[in-house]
Design a protein around this ligand. Structure first.
Ligand SMILES: NC(=O)c1ccc[n+]([C@@H]2O[C@H](COP(=O)([O-])OP(=O)(O)OC[C@H]3O[C@@H](n4cnc5c(N)ncnc54)[C@H](O)[C@@H]3O)[C@@H](O)[C@H]2O)c1
Length: 437
């Protein structure tokens, strides 16, 4: 097909759909040559569709349409209230549908942003890449390890771009830390720890369901997908993260961010070798079946890594990299390296157990050999970077749209997303089995 024809076809489609609600109506006829790979229009404008316009999807949508030469041309959600929301964000006549397959069939769509609950990630990504679409899929990439394997294979087989939505990967803060670590500032890396805590109902996902939600404006059956059938439940719709049938608990929701940042900063793009987890449902006993406190110990090769999540006490998201030459602390908006010399700064306190004559002789010798000359005492140099209010979603989305246009690799491909998600699945597996995984 020539670019001219593809352009005409897209213009024709645009004219048909403008102003019409597409609930139950194909965005383009199913007889169209939909399964061919799309291409970015000659104008270089990236045309995207969005699947899932909930809490995260709506924010990705609002951010994406701010980019020049990036346009949202259709939105899909199984809840009609989110069609209204998408139209409020983009334009009143945005084509909307409950069936994501209609976006896959639309040849004028180059790529998709997918922000649906975790149990839907695999199927939509598999369908999208086989329909020739590039995909931005939210984190955690997979709902379980087998889904992740299938997604990596599908991405490889199709050659489509898959960017996973752990925005820490595009953080300038993490990039700064990575720079320091990779040039050996920390000396030998001894261990890594990271933590994150919240202390509020919303922080623990007790979200209010949309007040008008009903089986009339929501396709509940499709929302459930391959999960066990259950009667319509607005609480589940809003708070699905807390149940393992749809979500992945604090591991897939929050630990995945810590792990993704860790992978970027250390360059260890691999799954952990071993995981041991303890935790429990300590605070939010609302029927959930995933822990609200989870302490995870990993081996990454021989590197011990400890990550702790707590929905009962608030604590700022922080990493600490312990090295033989000092401590690197990373928060969402700062990087601070405090050097340590790694040698005794005073005579060994063990010598206080020597009898006086021996002790004094030892002290005198130590000072003579180690005290700096007057005026030459070294200063310790703390390195610190700050980026208050830094938004890492914007560069992460931009990296994706740019890759769609240029075909350059993205920063968080399916292999990276799979490795990060595997760390979370291993943490959950170890928690439920009460043994090392
Ligand atoms: N990167 C981040 O910081 C971040 C933050 C929040 C959420 N997320 C991720 O984004 C994803 C969505 O989370 P959320 O909080 O927006 O959830 P949400 O429940 O608010 O929104 C999900 C939307 O998907 C729709 N949906 C479900 N199945 C569908 C299907 N088959 N076809 C079309 N629409 C469907 C639902 O109706 C809902 O509107 C999750 O994977 C979550 O982990 C990422």
């Amino acid at each position: 097909m020539t670019e001219d024809l593809s352009r005409r076809e897209f213009l024709g489609v645009g004219a048909v759909v403008a102003g019409a609600s597409l609930v139950g109506t194909p965005i383009i006829p199913s007889s169209s040559p939909a399964r061919r790979a799309p291409q970015v229009a000659p104008s270089n404008r990236v045309r995207f569709g969005i699947i899932g316009v909930g809490m995260q999807g709506s924010s990705l949508l609002a951010e994406s349409i701010k980019f020049a030469d990036v346009e949202c041309v259709a939105a899909c959600d199984v809840y009609d209230g989110r069609h209204t929301l998408a139209r409020e964000i983009v334009r009143p006549d945005l084509p909307v549908t409950r069936r994501y397959q209609q976006l896959l069939e639309d040849r004028t769509i180059d790529c998709l942003i997918v922000a649906v609950p975790d149990h839907w990630h695999k199927q939509i990504v598999l369908d999208a890449v086989s329909a020739g679409k590039d995909v931005y899929i939210e984190k955690p990439m997979s709902h379980n390890p087998a889904d992740g394997v299938a997604m990596v294979e599908a991405a490889k087989r199709s050659g489509r771009i898959v960017q996973v939505g752990s925005q820490r990967v595009s953080s300038q803060i993490c990039a700064k830390a990575r720079e320091l670590i990779s040039k050996g500032t920390l000396g030998d890396l001894m261990m890594v720890e990271a933590w994150l805590g919240r202390n509020s109902p919303s922080g623990a996902w007790q979200y209010p369901p949309p007040p008008d939600l009903s089986p009339q404006n929501l396709d509940w059956n499709t929302w459930l997908g391959t999960a066990p059938k259950r009667p319509f439940d607005p609480i589940l719709f809003a708070r699905w993260r807390a149940w393992k049938e749809y979500g992945t608990g604090v591991a897939g929701d929050l630990l995945v961010h810590l792990v993704s940042g860790f992978i970027v900063m250390t360059g260890l793009n691999q799954p952990p070798t071993q995981t041991m987890t303890v935790g429990g449902i300590r605070r939010w006993k609302d029927g959930r079946n995933t822990p609200d406190v989870q302490l995870v110990q990993y081996y990454y090769g021989d590197l011990p890594v400890s990550m702790r999540l707590n929905l009962g006490t608030s604590i700022e998201e922080t990493y600490r990299f312990h090295g033989s030459k000092g401590l690197l602390e990373v928060t969402a908006s700062s990087v601070t390296f405090s050097p340590q010399v790694g040698t005794d700064q005073s005579p060994s306190y063990y010598a206080s157990s020597f009898p006086r004559a021996l002790r004094e002789a030892y002290f005198a010798k130590w000072h003579a050999e180690n005290d700096p000359r007057p005026g030459q005492a070294p200063l310790s140099e703390v390195i610190s970077f700050r980026g208050p209010g830094y938004n890492d979603i914007r560069p992460h989305l931009w990296n994706f749209f740019d890759a769609v246009r240029t075909r350059k690799p993205v920063v968080e491909d399916a292999v990276f997303g799979h490795n990060a998600a595997l760390a979370c699945h291993m943490a959950n597996d170890s928690y439920y089995k009460r043994s090392a995984v």
